[in-house]
Write a protein that binds this ligand. Structure first.
Ligand SMILES: [Mg+2]
Length: 330
């Protein structure tokens, strides 16, 4: 069937490409029933549920490899679970494929292989799903389920005046990586395109921050806009020190060649890092958590009274015109 241009029946599709992904999840019944069963959350745990949809040409490039598309779709959901402090347990998938998609079997083969690789990496299983054909572009939606300790759920609304502001990993690789992937940014930054295509959800850090962080989210809309979300939900002002924002070597090199790219790094999306606030007394515990799971964590600012966000330059002076609103209209 390799290179099959024609229609693959629903039962074939499920049996060949998706049922193997459900092995190891008893409640999925090998995808042979009408629905899956989630085991009861044990005492002290709660289920956390999230859904994300991706459309070719909007959230990924139409010629992106199918295995990377699958892994990105799964990972953006796992990132949302991590932002709530939850550990991932399983997911469901809805997939709409154009009838005109060339080599459908090859595409599905790569797509399901990508999911299988990430299932092994993140310890989740496919629990159920649906696939249909569409006159539009490839569209997929994943719903992911995770568990969090009750009372430790991380929300956007818990930041308090005096808290530190932290971020995991590095910022701007996703936005600059998109520029590389689109051929608009050249130079020795090709690893950035990989960061755009394949986010690193902080699935081990998120649960470790549960109980330490006061508020959290994952950076998907851009650092400044997402900081604005915490500020709005928590009723406070977030002050960000621009020189403290952690950059990868490649992003730093790209920005030193073209300083205008710093704005793109802070306002662009697709970082999938965790942005969180925490009381000052949690500093050493947060540093230790980052070390334990091998993810860098950096203090980039603080929570003050007021509203919105403020970005300070190296002298502590607010950067003019770089309010959250201003950046949105860049
Ligand atoms: Mg999110």
């Amino acid at each position: 069937m390799t290179g099959d241009q024609g229609h693959i029946g629903e039962f074939d599709r499920i049996a060949r490409f998706f049922a193997p992904l459900a092995e190891g999840a008893p409640g999925a019944f090998g995808l042979t029933d009408d629905a899956a069963v989630l085991p009861p959350a044990s005492d002290g745990l709660e289920w956390v549920v999230t859904v994300d949809a991706l459309v070719a040409g909007v959230h990924f490039l139409p010629d992106d490899p199918a295995d990377l598309v699958a892994r990105k779709a799964l990972r953006v959901n796992l990132s949302d679970l991590a932002a709530m402090g939850a550990s991932p347990r399983g997911y469901t998938l809805a997939l709409a494929l154009p009838k005109t998609l060339p080599a459908t079997a090859d595409w599905l083969e790569a797509f399901s292989r990508g999911l299988g690789e990430d299932q092994a990496e993140f310890g989740v299983h496919l629990l159920g799903g649906d696939s249909v054909s569409t006159p539009g572009p490839v569209t997929l939606s994943i719903t992911a389920f995770g568990l969090v300790e009750r009372e430790k759920l991380l929300r956007r609304s818990g930041a308090s005046v005096g808290d530190d502001l932290w971020v995991s990993g590095t910022i701007g690789d996703g936005a600059l990586g998109l520029e590389v992937a689109r051929g608009r940014l050249f130079g020795a930054y090709s690893d950035l395109a990989d960061r755009y295509r394949l986010p690193r959800p902080r699935t081990t850090l998120g649960p470790r921050l549960a109980g330490l962080a006061s508020a959290a989210l994952d950076v998907s809309d851009g650092l400044l806009q997402d900081a604005g979300h915490i500020a709005a939900r928590s009723g406070c002002r977030l002050v960000i020190e621009a020189p403290a924002v952690p950059l990868s070597e490649s992003a730093a090199a790209a920005i030193s060649d073209d300083p205008d790219l710093f704005a793109r790094a802070l306002q662009g999306g697709d970082d999938y890092e965790l942005l969180f606030t925490a009381p000052v007394e949690c500093r050493s515990a947060i540093d230790a958590s980052g070390r334990d799971v091998g993810v860098s964590v950096t203090r980039i600012g603080r929570v003050e009274s007021g509203t919105g966000i403020e970005l300070l330059d190296r002298n502590g002076v607010p950067l003019e015109g770089l309010s959250e609103q201003g950046w949105r209209h860049f």
